[in-house]
Design a protein around this ligand. Structure first.
Ligand code: BGC
Length: 261
């Protein structure tokens, strides 16, 4: 593992704070960085509409204040993030594109220790350190199946940020237009029909990346027993373990370790 978390018994210095900004909700919590588990309640506020940078920053500040937290804060966005700047915006207001998110949150929170990263990258980090891939070396690919498909690629614990494999064209269609869980809902597909599309996407990804393990995240991973056994690709696929806490945990971890993609 490239970046070690503090080890030993929990103490206040082993705590972090993560906020996961999604299209419908902004969720935050204190995280125990020895175990990757949430400490106390997860605070959720509906994503403001329109979800402009200023409005979301105020919501994040409200969550941090409600938790009584001071210290480093990690924030995820459904965006490509380079050097703290959002480069894309999926399911949040387009005015995020080009916004210096790190500077914005630093101002809103009054703390300089802010890390901002892509939502799937945060989930991938969390699963790699604390969840489904904690005992796996080599190349691990986490995919979040939701409104779109988010991706995170790790090699021996090191994150290759902003991979965006959900937008790769697979047989004439973007992967996320084929196999996001929103596609299953929209077209009322059975698990069998949808798993066929997921397999097709996974085969393309594995032929290009040769991962040792795929981790399937997103809400639909809760029903993994209904579809993971139907997949026909060759690389093992396991469900994410941290579920809807993964983004929060990964964000807190990134902030604590100063990870800035
Ligand atoms: C976005 C990614 C994001 C994923 C999950 C995709 O549409 O391009 O940046 O990680 O959705 O929210």
């Amino acid at each position: 593992m490239a970046q070690d978390v503090p080890t030993g018994r929990s103490n206040p210095t082993d705590l972090g704070f993560g906020v996961d900004v999604g299209g419908s909700g902004v969720k935050g919590a204190v995280v125990d960085l020895n175990t990757g588990s949430l400490v106390g309640d997860r605070i959720k506020i509906l994503t403001p509409q329109p979800s402009t940078p200023e409005a979301v920053a105020q919501t994040v500040a409200q969550i941090v204040e409600r938790a009584g937290w001071s210290g480093p804060v990690g924030v995820t966005l459904p965006s490509v993030v380079t050097g703290g700047v959002a480069r894309t915006a999926a399911n949040i207001d387009r005015s995020w594109i080009g916004t210096d998110a790190r500077a914005l949150f630093t101002r809103a929170l009054g703390t300089p220790e802010v890390s901002v990263l892509n939502d799937a990258d945060a989930a991938g980090l969390a699963e790699d350190r604390f969840g489904a891939a904690k005992d796996t070396d080599g190349v691990v690919v986490l995919l979040t199946f939701g409104t779109g498909i988010g991706s995170a690629v790790l090699h021996n614990g090191d994150l290759l940020p902003n991979t965006e494999f959900g937008h790769m064209e697979v047989d004439g269609k973007e992967a996320e237009h084929r196999a996001a869980s929103s596609v299953k809902e929209r077209h009322d597909l059975s698990y069998k029909q949808w798993a066929k599309e997921v397999s097709r996407v996974l085969v393309r990804f594995e032929n290009l990346l040769w991962p040792d393990l795929f981790i399937a995240g997103g809400g639909i991973s809760r029903k993994h027993e209904k579809w993971i056994p139907l997949l026909t690709n060759r690389t093992p696929v396991v469900p994410a373990e941290l579920r809807n806490a993964a983004g929060i945990v990964g964000a807190a971890y990134a902030a604590k370790t100063g990870l800035t993609p």
